[in-house]
Design a protein around this ligand. Structure first.
Ligand code: FPP
Length: 248
């Protein structure tokens, strides 16, 4: 899919303008370790991650990336200590409140991916809905926050939706499952970046990453800045994608 870049930005050196990924997804990992190494509570690491998130959005806008998906809270993260879970709920809520106008002014459409179940506080859902409504008309970039998101849960929800509509087994195709994912209009990620030196996917976008390029970096999320995104994109541009075929 062509990815026209806005003409007012200048690309960093080493990036091929004709080959910028359309969709980049990030696993923001390492906040806890960043804080612990400084003798701080884990929650301070999350707070420090906000700057990294905003700088990454800026960098993605500079590159002309059209879709950016960030893993903010997984269906498994409820297993973290109650105090940290409470902090993360409030943190995500306040992040939305004080950053959404800025994102809106930059032409960013905010969306969410995940289960809206009873565990997500009502006020957080309200902030999400307000942010979606505020930015609905923006098209420069779609920022999807994966929140109470699990890749397996998404597949389960898609299949449940087909079953509840009485779809016959022969009609349960890849296309049908995709059509029931949380955001069927979203292209699959070209590139997934995970920070903090862990080499795993942790239940992120399982359906969508079948042919994504994966880049892992040792940088802890609070230290991640747009230059690290540019480095990941440069690495992506050195890869050869074959989709199961042979070299073209
Ligand atoms: C997956 O690792 C990582 C995530 C689900 C990201 C979690 C991110 C945050 C809690 C901070 C969000 C920060 C901002 C700035 C919004 P995992 O730890 O869930 O899985 P693992 O145990 O396999 O490593």
């Amino acid at each position: 899919m062509p990815n026209p870049r806005p003409s007012h930005t200048s690309l960093p050196p080493g990036i091929d303008p004709g080959h910028v990924p359309v969709h980049v997804a990030c696993v923001m990992d390492g906040n806890g370790r960043w804080a612990s190494s400084r003798g701080l509570p884990r929650t301070e690491g999350h707070a420090a991650g906000e700057e990294a998130l905003l700088d990454t959005v800026e960098g993605a806008l500079d590159l002309g990336i059209r879709w950016l998906t960030m893993f903010a809270f997984s269906t498994e993260n409820w297993r973290r200590p109650a105090e940290e879970v409470r902090y993360l709920m409030e943190f995500n809520e306040s992040l939305l409140v004080h950053r959404r106008d800025e994102l809106n002014e930059k032409g960013v459409r905010i969306r969410f991916s995940g289960r809206r179940d009873w565990r997500v506080p009502r006020r957080v859902l309200r902030r999400m809905d307000e942010s979606i409504a505020l930015t609905r008309g923006n098209r420069r970039m779609t920022l999807t926050m994966a929140f109470n998101y699990g890749g397996r849960a998404e597949i389960v929800d898609a299949v449940r939706s087909l079953v509840s509509d009485g779809v016959q087994p022969a009609d349960v195709t890849e296309k049908a499952i995709r059509s029931r994912t949380y955001h069927p209009d979203q292209p699959d990620p070209d590139l997934v970046v995970r920070t903090s030196g862990e080499f795993r996917i942790s239940n992120f976008l399982l359906w969508q990453i079948a042919y994504s390029e994966l880049v892992f970096t040792d940088v802890l999320w609070p230290d991640f800045r747009r230059q690290h995104l540019f480095d990941a994109v440069a690495e992506y541009q050195r890869r050869e994608r074959r989709y199961g075929g042979v070299r073209g």
